[in-house]
Design a binder for this molecule. Structure first.
Ligand SMILES: [Zn+2]
Length: 326
């Protein structure tokens, strides 16, 4: 029978659920606003409710498992959430056990950056690569790493919180509490904040002149209309991303850097600047590493979390085959 996996992308604002086949195709998809303030019980019933609705509307299939992507950092080995800043009440909450209690099939839990990296690796821009770094540039900066053909999970499954590389103690304050993090400069939030600050009193821009709040998309639109400040802000953003990506390239030696997240909607505008930075500042042996756009858009995490269920099943089958062999 037709095999499907359930993917859940639990975010601070939206909870998304999808049924995905083994080719990574989304068979059905639903989403609703996360009741982030209502506590874990409510959020878990949202996940359960969405899953029930999707399965009810689908022809008979074999469900191999459910993969759940959550905002991190979360210990996916113990499955216990210590604290999820964007969701209230998840303090010392046994998330994996509570999920497993509600479903008859195996539950996999993954930090969101790693889940999205898996999605792009298995079904998106990183297909067939042995080494990749996935970076999401959005409200914050997150990511995931595949090295030597394996997902890098690290201690407690929390590897690749790449937004929090810091080398500048007196730098901008990051939401993590530290100063000078990559995220504090390169995120969509930081970009927008810079635009708002710099537009004040600036003569050579239309940004903010109609009294409305400036969003990232306004800056890109203004740049397309020749706005000098907007163009400068975007070039600076590309340079900041290029600097962060260059560090990642030196650390992991990836075949490619895959960029996703809200800011990657403007990938074509940012890519030349990012690539130019790498070309100028990466060590000679690393200059040819390409930055590519995520292929799955906002579904990287959703598809990745479902891919987890397939990977978990494959791994279990391999283990079984090994056990049978010995
Ligand atoms: Zn930080």
């Amino acid at each position: 029978m037709h095999q499907i996996a359930i993917g859940i992308d639990l975010g601070g604002t939206q909870v998304r659920a999808a049924l995905i086949d083994k080719h990574g195709t989304i068979v059905a998809r639903m989403e609703e606003p996360t009741e982030a303030q209502a506590g874990p019980e409510r959020v878990l019933s949202q996940i359960h409710g969405l899953t029930e609705k999707l399965l009810a509307a689908t022809k008979s299939s074999v469900v191999v498992g459910i993969g759940v992507s959550t905002p991190g950092p979360i210990d996916t080995v113990s499955g216990i959430a210590k604290d999820i800043p964007t969701l209230s009440g998840f303090a010392d909450f046994p998330l994996k056990a509570e999920l497993q209690r509600r479903f008859a099939f195996p539950v996999s839990l993954e930090n969101d950056g790693i889940a999205a990296a898996i999605g792009e690796w298995q079904f998106g821009a990183g297909r067939g690569l042995e080494n990749l770094v996935y970076v999401t540039v959005s409200t914050g900066i997150g990511g995931g790493v595949v090295a030597d053909g394996r997902v890098v999970r690290g201690r407690k499954g929390m590897a690749a919180h790449i937004g929090h590389m810091s080398v500048e103690p007196n730098g901008a304050l990051c939401p993590c509490g530290n100063h000078g993090c990559f995220e504090a400069y390169g995120s969509g939030t930081a970009f927008t904040l810079r635009a708002r600050t710099r537009a004040i009193g600036c003569e050579e821009t239309t940004l903010g002149k109609n009294g409305s709040e400036i969003h990232a998309r306004d800056v890109f639109a203004a740049a397309r209309n020749g706005d000098a400040l907007a163009k400068r802000l975007i070039d600076e953003e590309a340079e900041i991303l290029g600097r962060g990506f260059t560090s990642l390239i030196h650390i992991f030696s990836p075949d490619a850097v895959v960029m996703g997240g809200g800011i990657s909607h403007e990938f074509e505008r940012l890519q030349p600047g990012i690539q130019a930075y790498i070309g100028q500042w990466a060590m000679p042996a690393f200059k040819d590493v390409k930055v590519v756009r995520a292929a799955l858009g906002q579904n990287s995490g959703l598809v990745g979390s479902a891919a987890l269920a397939f990977l978990a099943k494959r791994f279990a089958a391999d283990t079984f085959a090994l056990a049978a062999h010995h």
